[in-house]
Ligand binder design. Structure first.
Ligand SMILES: [Zn+2]
Length: 204
């Protein structure tokens, strides 16, 4: 339903599942790189495969999340998000992962140039990568949740929504000011910060 408690439940579950998968993938990639003595070319290849796999995991779980969230949203229409919808939404996301990957490659090249080649440094790199990835996944789970909810509303003919905060002490100043305000569904101000737990109620 559209209640506060339910809104991000599927999102949190998807994030948890993806982070478990990512932890395993980073662990395996690190082991694989270690087996080759963190040889530069091998690390690049392992990292490339790693990010491809991570992206594929996220894509399929996010699509499921979007479809389930659509169905549980009230009211909802009759066109649940499909792969094309998910891909369009994640296009921005893919751009972000591309940046991460390029940065990783750059940083590794820099490390080599500076002669920082210890295995400890390499292991730390993998740990940092996982941390960053988990953060990104959580952010995008929420975006997928919000966007599939809005699609459900639009498909059902909802024209306006009411901004409702989570109502706890963590609500920021901007969100508190928006609490209770009604916005046209196509002119909702963007969420002011990541992991914002405000919801939008359909206004009849
Ligand atoms: Zn908020």
């Amino acid at each position: 339903m559209g209640t506060k408690k339910e809104w991000y439940k599927l999102s949190d579950r998807a994030t948890e599942l993806l982070n478990r998968k990512a932890t395993k993938r980073f662990e395996d990639a690190k082991d694989e790189a270690a087996r080759h003595g963190f040889d530069e070319l091998n690390v690049l290849e392992v990292t490339r495969t790693l990010y491809q796999d991570l992206q594929a995991d996220n894509q399929s779980v996010f699509l499921e999340l979007a479809q389930e969230r659509y169905q549980e949203t009230e009211p909802h229409g009759e066109e649940p998000p499909d792969l094309a919808w998910a891909l369009a939404l994640l296009a921005a996301y893919n751009a972000v992962t591309k940046v991460i990957y390029d940065n990783e490659v750059d940083r590794k090249r820099q490390y080599t140039a500076e002669g920082i080649n210890s295995s400890t440094a390499k292991v730390t790199e993998f740990r940092r990568g996982l941390h960053y990835w988990a953060d990104l996944t959580a952010t995008y789970s929420d975006i997928v949740t919000d966007e599939s909810t809005l699609k459900a509303y639009r498909d059902a003919g909802v024209r306006r929504v009411r901004w409702v905060t989570a109502g706890d002490e963590k609500v920021c100043e901007t969100c508190r000011e928006r609490n209770g305000k009604v916005y046209p569904i196509n002119a909702i101000p963007p969420k002011p910060h990541r992991r914002c737990r405000c919801i939008w109620e359909a206004v009849k």
